[in-house]
Design a protein around this ligand. Structure first.
Ligand code: CMC
Length: 393
C-alpha cells in the first residue's frame, strides 16, 4: 500500500475538487460561484444566493419566482413530526433537536431513500429540506418557550416567513421590522458556504457512502455544533458576558488566552484558512454597528468586543499567530439585537449554511466521488496472545 501521508486535521490535504466557493486565506477573499461575498451581501437576497450555490447561476426573475413557489409549497411539516417537538424537554439544546429533526425528515420522505434517485427526486429532496428547515428552527424556538407553533404562510418570502413563524403570535399580528429581516438575510448570506470546512467535509464524507441528503446534512449539523466551529457564536457571547460580569477587564482575559497553561481561548478569534482577515467579519462588524444603531440598542458587550479586538490586534501573541476576529465574533451581538436567545445562534448558522451543504452534497454526487476513507498510521501494540479472564491481573 506504500507510504501513508499523515496530516492530522487535514491542514494541507485537499479532499476534493470543487467549483462552488473560492477562498484565499492570505488575501481575505471569499467568492461564491465567482461572485465576491461583498457584492452578494450588499445586493442579493439569501434565497438568490441559495439558488446560485445550488444551481450554479444567479436566477432570472422567472427562475427565482419558480424556486420560491416550490419552496413555499413544501414548508409544512408532517403533523406527526409535532410529536418530536413535544418529546424534547423545553430546555433541550436547539442543535441537539435540529440534527434529530433533520435526520427524521428522511423517514417522512421515502423517495429520498432511492439509491439511484432521478434528477426530479433529488431536486424534490433539496426543495423540501430548504423549505422545512426554517419551520423546524422556528418550532424549536416556540417549543423552548412552550408557545404555540405558528404555521408557515405561502405568501411570505423565505426569511420573512421564518421570522413570522419565530416571532409571530397566534393572538395578535406582529409586524417585524424590515431592518431585522434585512440584517438576518445578510447574515445568512455570509454563512451560506465556506468550502471544505469541518461540517461541509462531514456532509461530503457521509454523502460519499451513498447516504441520503437529510442524513448527510444532519451529520453536518452535528459537526457545526462544536465550539471550535459554529458553536463559537454562542461561546463568544457567553465569553463576553463573563468578561462583563467579571468587571470588564479585557487585558486580564487577553492574558488568559495567551497563557499556554490555561485552556481558555479567545472565542471568535483565529481561523484555519484566513491568515490576514476574515472578509465576513469585516462586513459583520459594520452590519453590527448599523443594526444596533437603527434599532436603538445599546449593548454593553459590543464595547467589550471592540476593546478585546483592539487589544488583540496590537498584541504580539495574536499578530505573530495571525489571529483575527472571525465570522462568529460579532454575529452573536446582531442575533441578540434581533431578539434571538444565545442558544439559538448556532441553529441560525445552520440555517445559513444549508444551501452550501446541499450544493456540496450535489457536487459530490455529480462528480461520482469515491467513498471517503482516510488511512492511519498505527501506533498500538504489535501482537499479543489472548489471556483468559481468570489469568489477568
Ligand atoms: N485564542 C488564543 N490562541 C489561539 C486561538 C484563540 N482563539 N486560536 C489559535 N490560537 C493559537 C493556538 O494556541 C496556537 O498557538 P501555538 O502555535 O503557540 O501552539 C496557534 O494559535 C495556532 O492555532 P491552532 O489551534 O493550531 O489553529 P487551527 O487552525 O487548528 O484552529 C481555530 C483554528 C478556529 C479552531 C482556532 O483558531 C480556535 O480555536 N479559535 C476559537 C474558536 C472559534 O472562534 N472558532 C470559529 C472558527 S470560524 C467559523 C467557523 O468555523 O464556524
Amino acid at each position: 500500500s506504500g507510504y501513508i501521508t499523515l496530516d492530522t486535521g487535514f491542514k494541507n490535504t485537499g479532499a476534493t475538487t470543487s467549483s462552488i466557493t473560492f477562498l484565499d486565506g492570505e488575501q481575505g477573499i471569499l467568492k461564491y460561484r465567482g461572485y465576491p461575498i461583498e457584492q452578494l451581501a450588499e445586493k442579493a437576497s439569501f434565497i438568490e444566493v441559495a439558488y446560485l450555490l445550488i444551481y450554479g447561476e444567479l436566477p432570472t426573475q422567472a427562475q427565482i419566482d419558480d424556486f420560491q413557489y416550490k419552496i413555499s409549497h413544501q414548508t409544512l411539516l408532517h403533523e406527526d413530526m409535532k410529536k418530536f417537538f413535544d418529546a424534547f424537554p423545553h430546555n433541550a439544546h436547539p442543535m441537539g433537536q435540529l440534527c434529530s429533526l433533520v435526520s427524521s425528515l428522511s423517514a417522512f420522505s421515502p423517495e429520498s431513500l432511492n439509491p439511484n434517485p432521478t434528477k426530479e427526486e433529488t431536486n424534490l429532496a433539496v426543495i423540501k429540506l430548504l423549505a422545512k428547515m426554517p419551520t423546524i428552527v422556528s418550532w424549536i424556538y416556540k417549543g423552548s418557550l412552550g408557545a404555540p407553533f405558528i404555521y408557515p404562510q405561502h405568501k411570505l418570502k423565505y426569511v420573512n416567513n421564518f421570522m413570522h413563524m419565530t416571532f409571530g403570535r397566534l393572538t395578535e399580528e406582529v409586524i417585524i421590522d424590515p431592518v431585522v429581516i434585512d440584517a438576518l438575510d445578510k447574515l445568512l448570506i455570509l454563512h451560506a458556504d465556506h468550502e471544505q470546512n469541518c461540517s461541509t467535509s462531514t456532509v461530503r464524507m457521509v454523502g460519499s457512502s451513498g447516504s441520503n441528503l437529510y442524513a448527510s446534512v444532519s451529520a453536518g449539523i452535528s459537526a457545526l455544533w462544536g465550539p471550535l466551529h459554529g458553536g463559537a457564536n454562542q461561546a463568544v457571547i457567553e465569553m463576553l458576558e463573563r468578561i462583563k460580569n467579571d468587571g470588564g477587564d479585557t487585558e486580564k482575559w487577553i492574558n488568559k488566552a495567551k497563557d499556554k497553561d490555561d485552556d481558555f481561548r479567545l472565542m471568535g478569534f483565529g481561523h484555519r484558512v484566513y491568515k490576514n482577515f476574515d472578509p465576513r467579519a469585516k462586513i459583520i462588524k459594520r452590519a453590527c454597528d448599523n443594526v444596533l444603531e437603527k434599532l436603538g440598542i445599546n449593548d454593553p458587550i459590543l464595547e467589550i468586543a471592540k476593546k478585546l479586538e483592539e487589544a488583540a490586534l496590537h498584541d504580539p501573541y495574536f499578530v505573530e499567530r495571525k489571529l483575527y476576529p472571525n465570522v462568529d465574533f460579532y454575529s452573536g451581538i446582531i442575533y441578540r439585537a434581533l431578539g434571538f436567545p444565545t442558544e439559538m445562534f448556532t441553529v441560525l448558522f445552520a440555517l445559513g449554511r444549508l444551501p452550501g451543504w446541499i450544493s456540496q452534497w450535489l457536487e459530490l454526487r455529480d462528480n461520482k466521488e469515491p467513498i471517503g476513507r482516510p488511512r492511519q498510521i498505527y501506533t498500538g501494540e504489535t501482537r499479543r496472545e489472548y489471556v483468559e479472564i481468570s489469568q489477568r491481573g
